[in-house]
Design a protein around this ligand. Sequence first.
Ligand SMILES: [Zn+2]
Length: 149
Amino acid sequence: MATTTRVRKAAKTSRYTELQKMLENRRRELMNEVQGKIRDVRAEGGKDRDVLDQGESSEVDIQEDIEFALIQMKSETLNKINEALRRLDEGSYGNCFECGDEIAEPRLRALPFAVRCKDCEEARETAEQRERVMSQRRGSSALFFDMSN
Ligand SMILES: [Zn+2]
């Protein structure tokens, strides 16, 4: 009995460690990317601004807008990772929102912000698909009705 408890606890700890490592690696990657991008934008924004004609400078502006949008997206992901790490600490990260089971580690590696286990997600997708088909049918029969009118 005591052995089982110890094994279970060890398994839980290694899952925790693995997930923490995975999240922290992602966080480090993202931070590097964000910092790299901010440097790029600063370097490009500063140089040759005066010599560009109108067309070129608006192209630079668009490019900068894209870069900033990317930075913003990545920052949001960073926030989500911090949130996930906080939930991991509390012990609520990696559990299925629907059935409460642990979400498999490979799934979390692929989708770190997954809130459902594979089974529940599939069930939900099937339900959504059915819903879509139903509303399409409703849509087309409504259309048919209008045309025959
Ligand atoms: Zn589930």
